[in-house]
Design a protein around this ligand. Structure first.
Ligand code: SIN
Ligand code: CO
Length: 424
């Protein structure tokens, strides 16, 4: 699976804004619990983002004008934002084996790439400048990072990949490259110079461990400071170089290649395909070339395989399961010891429940998809479970009203570590 930041192949205007999505005053960013509260309202995932986020554009206008089409530079997208983790905290994540991380070091024209998990000694060996540490899936481990990412809930989570953080020393970067992602590059602490441009020539420099464009012809060049954000569509060439020690918080939405989708669908079909009958050749004639695969046999097998059919419902089941599949590095921690079902139900009714940050829950009209599993909607409880999927949590009141079938489902997920009774 692809990764942004150049480790695999993969006319911007500063618009003062014209059609604010809501009238709430921009709130200074705060990584604590209150970060989810804007103007005193709970900032539920599906509520409109603060109007600063897209530079005054309502999500609909942003999507129409920029999404998958044109970059957008927003000064002060998240006022007061200066990153959500220290260098030491990011390094601690990069030392874990359930966190994907990379270290890119440039020495003149030479580039080196190392994959985590790293050890403490690796940090001591770093030069004073020209390196960057990329930590993937920070939203899975840092609640404040998950809340930051959920500000982009106007884009369906079916397109969401993760929040990646790069922590760079001055001069650090991954070189000019392109990604197969729609990406929001939000500047944390420090400054980073970004250059970018639409570019037809996507040829790469050969023989490098990082994917660097052979020719890079940027059409824009600017320095982003804390809270500034640059949106880039997929395949847009870009290069970010740290001016100071700095972090960039990048929220990425994957645009899978058609071949990748097809391969994944064929995997799914292989598991589900059932064709009637078996090969039959009652009219077989003697052969003088027993090694030859006969045209008649090829025709028969072609006809058999033409019986493989799929409908939109099959694609829907594949898609939801595939999109909700956790990355290979993800592990859940089951509760030890788990509450029995009745005690779990009492706790849920008293406190509510919340999905684990690593849980991926999606749905469509017919199915519910959780961490790669497909389920039919349980009888009668669609509203509560839809709410759990969209809000990623249920209040005590809603949890108290769930049917026994839904509670049994949630209890199973709880025992797998996919969901937790809320603690407050
Ligand atoms: C990117 O260009 O995809 C992100 C790299 C970075 O933040 O350094
Ligand atoms: Co990139």
């Amino acid at each position: 699976m692809g990764r942004r930041g150049g480790s695999e192949p993969p006319g911007t205007a500063i618009d003062p804004g014209d059609d604010g999505a809501d009238s709430s005053a921009p709130a200074p960013y705060n990584s604590g619990m209150s970060a989810n509260t804007v103007g005193g309202r709970p900032d539920a995932p599906q509520s409109p983002p603060p109007r600063t986020l897209l530079g005054g554009l309502a999500p609909a206008s942003f999507l129409q004008r920029h999404w998958h089409k044109e970059p957008r530079l927003v000064r002060g997208a998240v006022p007061g934002f200066a990153g959500l983790a220290t260098r030491a905290e990011l390094r601690a994540l990069a030392e874990r084996d359930d966190v994907e991380s990379r270290l890119v070091v440039r020495d003149g024209a030479r580039w080196s790439l190392a994959w985590g998990p790293f050890r403490r000694a690796d940090w001591k060996a770093l030069p004073a400048r020209d390196w960057t540490l990329l930590v993937q899936g920070v939203n899975l481990h840092l609640p404040a990072a998950d809340r930051l990412l959920r500000r982009f809930s106007f884009v369906p989570w079916a397109r969401l990949d993760d929040l990646m953080v790069s922590d760079a020393a001055p001069g650090g970067g991954v070189g000019p490259h392109f990604d197969s992602y729609d990406v929001f590059l939000l500047q944390g602490n420090g400054r980073r110079r970004w250059r970018w441009g639409r570019q037809d020539d996507l040829a790469l420099r050969p023989g490098l461990p990082v994917k660097i464009l052979r020719r890079f012809q940027p059409s824009a060049d600017t320095v982003l400071g804390p809270g500034d954000m640059l949106y880039l569509p997929p395949q847009y060439a870009h290069d970010g170089v740290a001016v100071d020690d700095c972090t960039t918080w990048s929220i990425g939405f994957r645009a899978p290649a058609a071949t990748e989708l097809a391969q994944a669908f064929l995997d799914h079909l292989r598991d589900t395909v059932e064709l009637p009958g078996r090969y039959a050749d009652p009219d077989l004639k003697p052969t003088t070339a027993p090694a030859r695969v006969d045209v008649a046999m090829q025709r028969r097998v072609t006809t058999m395989l033409e019986a493989i059919r799929w409908r939109r419902e099959d694609v829907a089941r594949f898609l939801g399961a595939w999109l909700s599949e956790p990355k290979p590095s993800v592990f859940f921690t089951p509760p030890e010891p788990p509450l029995a079902r009745a005690a779990f139900a009492r706790r849920a009714a008293a406190k509510g429940v919340a999905l684990d940050a690593r849980t991926q829950m999606l749905f469509d009209d017919a199915n519910l998809f959780v961490n790669g599993e497909t389920l039919r909607w349980p009888e009668g409880d669609r509203t509560g479970l839809e709410r759990l999927a969209n809000d990623r949590a249920l209040s005590a009141g809603v949890a108290a009203g769930l049917s026994a079938a839904s509670l049994a489902l949630l209890h199973d997920w709880y025992r797998d570590g996919w969901l937790h009774p809320a603690s407050a």
